[in-house]
Design a protein around this ligand. Structure first.
Ligand SMILES: [Mg+2]
Length: 320
């Protein structure tokens, strides 16, 4: 949530502009508002669609025992506030759903016939990683179910799965970058068993391993991995921002925001992984105090996260 709040203030800006204008993330959070892309002002302190949908996924995991996709879309629809910078594909799906409940599975291909490979399902999947942190098959199934509701392209499903797996691995102590990346490769092999092509993410994981071993900066890596709205760019980039700054939540989120591009989403995904690794002490209180939300406050989101974690430890849900 906090990384989304920070990233939203500089969404779609260039890295050059962000670096020239702000020395650090505190200076971004010191802004009261920024001009909106189309009209009006964006209040700094609000979260965007990334956090709104992540909360839906968390509540779905914590309370829907069957984990079916339709009930997740219903949650997305109830929560939907268009001003939170939803992408056009998800807007169309959520606005059509009330009139197309019986054909809801067709909605994911309404705008993109092959299904969307945007990063919209990876950006909200963090809670799946927390919930299934000890259960890779369960994680893979739930990541797929949650993704295909809006993003059914195989690159979106694989990207969401890798992001969830990154969060799950991050909850374990004492891993090095190579072990981390090897476990992500194991997650990919589950797609290969199903006959899916995983070369896009295999190539990206190889580049990440090489970049980390050579100490390449996230900004330099973004020329190779990309930092846009495609899942296959944003997910590897978020993993890189985390792995390059494993010991610091602040530095990993700063690296993601200072890339420019899809800042709110890459930062939220980086923050999900880093938060899972470092826990609450890593997240600066002074940043959380800048959040201006009244319903989903940091305290409320903290409660949901703890509930999710304890439900996940005590029950074995079977994902459908
Ligand atoms: Mg967003």
């Amino acid at each position: 949530m906090i990384a989304d709040v920070i990233g939203a203030a500089v969404e779609a800006e260039s890295p050059g502009y962000i670096r020239k204008t702000f020395r650090n993330l505190d200076e971004i959070l010191a802004l009261k508002s920024v001009p909106e892309l189309l009209s009006g002002e964006w209040e700094v302190g609000r979260f965007t669609d990334d956090t709104q949908m992540t909360i839906c996924v968390a509540e779905w995991l914590a309370s829907d025992a069957n984990l079916d996709g339709k009930s997740l879309v219903e949650r997305f629809c109830r929560a939907y506030e268009p001003w939170r910078h939803y992408g056009p594909g998800v807007r169309l799906i959520l606005e059509s759903f009330p009139k197309a409940r019986e054909r809801w599975t067709d909605l994911a291909t309404a705008m993109f016939p092959q299904g969307s490979y945007g990063n919209g399902s990876a950006m909200r999947v963090g809670p799946v990683g927390l919930f299934f942190h000890n259960d890779l098959p369960g994680l893979i199934e739930a990541a797929r179910t949650s993704s295909v509701t809006t993003h059914s392209h195989y690159l979106a499903v694989q990207g969401a799965t890798l992001q969830a797996a990154a969060v799950a691995i991050a909850t374990r102590a004492g891993f090095d970058a190579n072990q981390f990346l090897n476990t992500l490769t194991v997650a990919l092999s589950h797609f290969e068993v199903r006959g899916e092509n995983t070369s896009v993410y295999r190539t990206a994981l190889g580049r990440i391993a090489q970049g980390i071993s050579q100490g390449v900066s996230p900004l330099k890596m973004s020329a190779l991995l990309g930092n846009g709205i495609k899942a296959q760019e944003a997910v590897p980039m978020a993993i890189y921002c985390f792995l390059a700054n494993r010991d610091s939540f602040e530095k990993s989120v700063e690296a993601a925001v200072f890339l420019g591009g899809d800042t709110d989403t890459i930062a939220s995904m980086t923050g999900s992984i880093s938060g899972a690794a470092l826990g609450e002490p890593g997240i600066p209180e002074r940043w959380l105090r800048r959040i201006t939300e009244t319903i989903y406050t940091p305290e409320k989101v903290r409660q949901i996260a703890h509930q999710l974690h304890s439900v996940g430890q005590s029950r074995k849900f079977k994902a459908k």
